[in-house]
Design a protein around this ligand. Structure first.
Ligand code: F6P
Length: 366
C-alpha cells in the first residue's frame, strides 16, 4: 500500500538514445529511493510504453552496474503521445497516457530526451494535467536554456577519434576525406570534433558554405605542400546554393520546413561530388552515423549525468515540477519547461569555438 506521504515517480527515455541515459536513470532513481524515499517506476520505450502501460519497478538490483552502460535499460522510441502510430494511423493518445500516469499514482513523470521530448512532456502536462520534469539529452547539444546536454561530450570524443584516424589514412593516400557528423540541424558536434581533431575545413548548418571557398582552400593547401585535407561536415550543413534551392522549394510548398529538406548523406555526398568536379582531387567520404551514439559514456558525461540526475531527485522531493534540469556554469538549476519547449540552441556565429577555428586557419566555408 502506498502511504499518503510516499511519492511515486515514473521515468522514461524518449527520442534517439545516447550514452549517459542509464547514468541519469541511476542518478535520479538512486537518490530518489535512497535519500528521499520516493518509489520509482521505469516506463519502457518512451511515450509508447506509457500509452501501452508497460512498466518495470526500479530498485537497487536493476540500478546496479548501469552507470557505464551505453543505451537505455528502459528502451526508447520516437513516438509522441499526440501523434502515435496505432494500427496504421496516427492517433492522439494524450489522454490514455495521462490516465495511465494516474493509474500508476505518479506524482510526476520524469522524461529524459531532446528537443522533441521537451515539447511532448509540456504537451502531456498542459493537455493531460500530468506534472512533469525533464532532463536534456542529445548528442546534438541543441536543447535551449542549458549550457550542455548529456551525451554530447561522448559523441564529440567518438567523432574526434574518427577524425584522428582519418588523418593517417588521408595523409598516406594524399586524399581529401570528408567526414559526415550527426547533429540534426545544429553544428555543435561537428564544430567541437572538427576543432579538437584539427579538421582543415569545418562546415556547419549555421554557416552555409560556398563550394568555391572550400575548393580554393583545398587548392591552397596543395600549393603549400599539404597533400591531404580533412573536411568535417555536419549532416545538416547546406551549401549556399542548396539553401537557395531549398528556399525556393519552401516558397512553392509552404509546408516544407527549410532545413528538414536535408537528409543524412545528402550534404556530404553532394559536397564530395562538387569538390571532385572543382578540384580534381581524389576524395573519399565517411559517414559516422549511429556509431556516434553507441557505447559507454565519457567520464565528463558520467559526472554530468550524476549531477543532473541527483539534482532532479532533489527537485522531485521538493515538489518542483514542470521544469527542466539545466546546467548553468557549474550548477544544475531548474528552468521552466515552457522556456525550453519549441526552442533550439544553435551555434552563435561569433562563438569562441568558431573564432578559435578561424584563428588556426580552419576554413569555415564562408
Ligand atoms: O537527435 C540525435 C540524432 O542522432 C541526430 O543527430 C540524427 O539526425 C538523428 O538523431 C538520427 O535519428 P535516427 O536514430 O532516428 O536515425
Amino acid at each position: 500500500m502506498k502511504s499518503s506521504k510516499t511519492k511515486t515517480i515514473g521515468i522514461l527515455t524518449s527520442g534517439g538514445d545516447c550514452p549517459g541515459l542509464n547514468a541519469v536513470i541511476r542518478g535520479v532513481a538512486k537518490a530518489a529511493i535512497g535519500r528521499y524515499g520516493i518509489n520509482v517506476i521505469g516506463i519502457q520505450d518512451g511515450f509508447r510504453g506509457l500509452v501501452e502501460n508497460r512498466t518495470v519497478v526500479l530498485d537497487d538490483k536493476n540500478l546496479s552496474g548501469i552507470l557505464t552502460a551505453g543505451g537505455t535499460i528502459l528502451g526508447t522510441s520516437r513516438d509522441k503521445p499526440h501523434k502515435m502510430p496505432m494500427g496504421g494511423q496516427k492517433m492522439d493518445m494524450t489522454q490514455v497516457a495521462a490516465e495511465n500516469c494516474r493509474k500508476l499514482q505518479l506524482d510526476c513523470l520524469v522524461c529524459l530526451g531532446g528537443g522533441g521530448t521537451q515539447k511532448n512532456a509540456l504537451h502531456l502536462h498542459r493537455e493531460g494535467g500530468i506534472p512533469v520534469l525533464t532532463l536534456p539529452k542529445t548528442i546534438d547539444n541543441d536543447v535551449a536554456e542549458t549550457d550542455i546536454c548529456f551525451g554530447f561530450d561522448t559523441a564529440m570524443g567518438i567523432a574526434t577519434e574518427a577524425i584522428d584516424r582519418l588523418h593517417t589514412t588521408a595523409t598516406s593516400h594524399h586524399r581529401i576525406i570528408i567526414c559526415e557528423i550527426m547533429g540534426h540541424n545544429s553544428g555543435w558536434l561537428t564544430l567541437g570534433a572538427g576543432v579538437a581533431g584539427g579538421a582543415d575545413v569545418i562546415l556547419i548548418p549555421e554557416i552555409p558554405y560556398a563550394i568555391e571557398t572550400v575548393a580554393a582552400h583545398l587548392q591552397d593547401r596543395r600549393r603549400t605542400g599539404k597533400r591531404f585535407s580533412i573536411i568535417a561536415v555536419a549532416e545538416g550543413a547546406p551549401s549556399q546554393t542548396m539553401l537557395k534551392q531549398l528556399e525556393k522549394a519552401r516558397k512553392d510548398d509552404k509546408k516544407s520546413d527549410l532545413m528538414e529538406g536535408l537528409h543524412e548523406g545528402d550534404t556530404a555526398a553532394n559536397l564530395s561530388e562538387e569538390l571532385t568536379k572543382f578540384t580534381g582531387f581524389e576524395t573519399r567520404l565517411t559517414t559516422l552515423g549511429h556509431v556516434q551514439r553507441g557505447g559507454i559514456p565519457s567520464a565528463t558525461d558520467r559526472l554530468l549525468c550524476t549531477l543532473m540526475g541527483t539534482a532532479a531527485a532533489e527537485l522531485l522531493a521538493k515538489g518542483t515540477y514542470n521544469v527542466m534540469v539545466a546546467l548553468k556554469g557549474d550548477r544544475c538549476v531548474p528552468v521552466p519547461l515552457e522556456d525550453v519547449a519549441g526552442k533550439k540552441r544553435n551555434v552563435p556565429p561569433e562563438h569562441a569555438w568558431i573564432q578559435a577555428a578561424r584563428l588556426v586557419g580552419t576554413c569555415m566555408g564562408d
